[in-house]
Design a protein around this ligand. Structure first.
Ligand SMILES: N[C@@H](CCC(=O)N[C@@H](CS)C(=O)NCC(=O)O)C(=O)O
Length: 215
């Protein structure tokens, strides 16, 4: 199985799929392609009709899109264990994942993932509203699962929200104590730290993902 990803410093979507697969000890080869280069599109064109990362090849199956890859891994390799066991929790985790996948537009456009940077930003009201909602999600789940993953055990929804934790760190966003506890739990994960360590070795600059001014 082969996962194509972008720059570890910038590619928030790549992190989701890579994190899920790595955290569940799924064996895969990884090809990293530098975003915004001709090589990126040339390589992806060989296998995929859509040239975006993450993208997965498993034998003759091609799967693109981070959430679709996570779903596929859960179905094909984890007997569904990518999601919480309890049906109600599973439904809520899916709703939260869909909320992330299709929403938080202001936060995502104003605060690109940029792991190696520490920045200050003036945020729009829409981005502040997105942050308030993130805080609410993290806090509510921390009340139920203190110092744990969103639904106790690690699941796809944690992979979906991990890039947000990193964005909030880059732009030094203050969260409530409860929400902060979830962020600390995520940051203490050795698998995520492996990604961060590799991101810190990168030197390519993607201009459109460089936001804010140095703190
Ligand atoms: N909905 C997709 C979005 C993937 C996406 O936009 N990836 C970015 C990198 S983080 C990309 O490949 N950009 C290249 C381009 O749009 O040309 C997913 O969740 O995987």
């Amino acid at each position: 199985m082969h996962l194509f990803i972008g720059n570890k410093n910038y590619s928030s979507w790549s992190l989701r799929a890579w994190y899920l697969m790595s955290k569940f000890n799924i064996q895969f080869e990884e090809t990293q392609l530098v975003l915004d280069t001709a090589h990126f599109y040339d390589e992806l064109k060989k296998h995929f009709t859509v040239q975006k990362v993450p993208a997965l090849i498993d034998d003759d199956l091609a799967v693109w899109d981070s959430l679709a890859i996570c779903e596929y891994i859960s179905d094909a390799y984890l007997s569904g264990a990518g999601w919480p066991k309890n049906i109600a929790h599973r439904a809520k985790a899916r709703a939260l994942s869909a909320e992330m996948h299709s929403g938080f537009m202001a936060l995502r456009s104003e605060m690109p993932m940029n792991i190696r940077a520490t920045r200050v930003l003036t945020l729009s009201d829409a981005a502040k509203k997105d942050i308030a909602r993130i805080d609410e999600i993290f806090s509510q789940q921390q009340i139920i699962y203190p110092k744990e993953w969103l639904f106790g055990e690690f699941s796809i929804v944690d992979a979906m929200y991990a890039p947000i934790v990193l964005r909030l760190k880059t732009y030094q966003v203050n969260l409530s104590d409860q929400a902060n506890r979830y962020s600390e739990h995520v940051m203490s994960c050795s698998v995520l730290q492996n990604w961060i360590t590799q991101a810190l070795t990168e030197s390519d600059i993607v201009e459109c993902d460089e936001a804010g001014t140095p703190a």
